[in-house]
Design a protein around this ligand. Structure first.
Ligand code: HEM
Length: 326
């Protein structure tokens, strides 16, 4: 389906067959991401691996990412971080259980992810960063809000910037960039000045090592219209699975469909060249957390609530989350 979002022609892909066309058959022609204003500002003009134009520079970054930063061996080496953090989460849930206080599970999982990511990336817990917990999380939330914000320039490239200045989006974006820039600088300085053993190395240490060996790479630009793979819409297609809105995980039990990007009816991590390179890390974290949460407690709804009161409505955003916390 071809639609026009502002002045941008956009192809919406809503079936597994056309997702296969885009993510496999024509993968190489379709794997640059749109140059959105918020993304450009927060990624030092699209230099981040997730947003850089497809080409030699991306290929080189991706190789380092997959082979060095998120290889199976590296993911395994951070197992102790996952175990400690899941352990702390289980302990805090156990304390709530003891006092029969309802648990906000959305918040628990959010904190768990933030804690693990922070320790793996920077080598220390959020509370130990110079930014106090609140302001670090505020900074991240604001950056995410900026990445998913509606910018008129993205849909009306010629004049949208005027609207963005009036709405205040432009200055909010610049402030968010400045905060992140100061934070990165501090983290880099700290890591440059630290002496660590090989086992103590975190992601920033590895990246700094790589930067030393880096050579400059050129990359090409070509772009026609945007293509949006509607993985959410594909997941809700009734011809592909019965009662798609119902939570029936057993539906996948006797089928060969997996989530790794080989089956275009289930694409949580995308597929093709730009598919998610953090999949191993994500699955290691999710499996451990979920198994422990389910194994350690008998879950029930807070007093006075029935199953029908639980809202499964999705909130908007870059990462899909429950609109009403669980
Ligand atoms: C449940 C957790 C996660 C989900 C559902 C997820 C999903 C995705 C999706 C759908 C994409 C876009 C794929 C495409 O365009 O075809 C992506 C890209 C990406 N993800 Fe993830 N992801 C997760 C966790 C992670 C983690 C833990 C990391 C790293 C630590 C990570 C790093 C990235 C990067 C760098 C890209 C951009 C790759 C590129 O453009 O070459 N993700 N992810």
């Amino acid at each position: 389906m071809l639609i026009r979002l502002g002045s941008i022609p956009t192809v919406v892909v809503s079936s597994p067959e056309s997702a296969r066309e885009v993510l496999k058959t024509h993968d190489l022609d379709c794997c640059s991401r749109p140059r959105l204003v918020g993304v450009g500002c927060l990624s030092y003009d699209y230099l981040d691996m997730a947003f850089v134009e497809y080409g030699d520079y991306w290929r080189e970054l991706r190789k380092l990412y997959v082979l060095e930063l998120y290889s199976a061996k590296r993911v395994q080496s951070f197992r102790y971080v996952r175990e400690e953090e899941v352990g702390s989460m289980i302990e805090s849930i156990a304390m709530s259980a003891k006092s029969r206080t309802p648990v906000n599970i959305s918040e628990k999982f959010m904190t768990l992810t933030a804690n693990i990511t922070c320790r793996v990336a920077f080598g220390k817990a959020i509370q130990e960063t110079e930014f106090k917990e609140g302001s670090f999380m505020n900074m991240i939330h604001e950056a995410v809000a900026m990445l998913e914000s509606f910018s008129a320039s993205d849909f009306f490239p010629r004049f949208g910037w005027i609207v963005d200045r009036f709405t205040g989006l432009h200055s909010r974006l610049e402030k968010s960039f400045r905060n992140l820039d100061v934070f990165y600088q501090k983290v880099i300085e700290e890591h440059r000045n630290a002496t660590k053993s090989h086992e103590q190395e975190d992601m920033v240490d590895l990246l700094l090592k790589m930067v030393r060996d880096q050579t400059e790479l050129a990359y090409g630009v070509d772009l026609l219209s945007r293509i949006q793979v509607n993985a959410w819409g594909i997941g809700l297609e009734p011809s592909l699975r019965e009662c798609p809105k119902e939570f029936v995980p057993e539906r996948f039990e006797d089928r060969t469909i997996d989530y790794r990007g080989n089956h275009f009816e289930l694409l949580p991590f995308g597929a093709g060249q730009r598919g998610c390179p953090g999949m191993l890390m994500a699955m290691a974290m999710i499996e451990l957390a979920l198994v422990n949460v389910l194994h350690s407690f008998d879950w029930e709804l807070p007093e006075g609530m029935t199953e029908g009161d639980v809202s499964m409505e999705e909130g908007a955003g870059l990462v899909v989350s429950n609109k009403v916390p669980l």
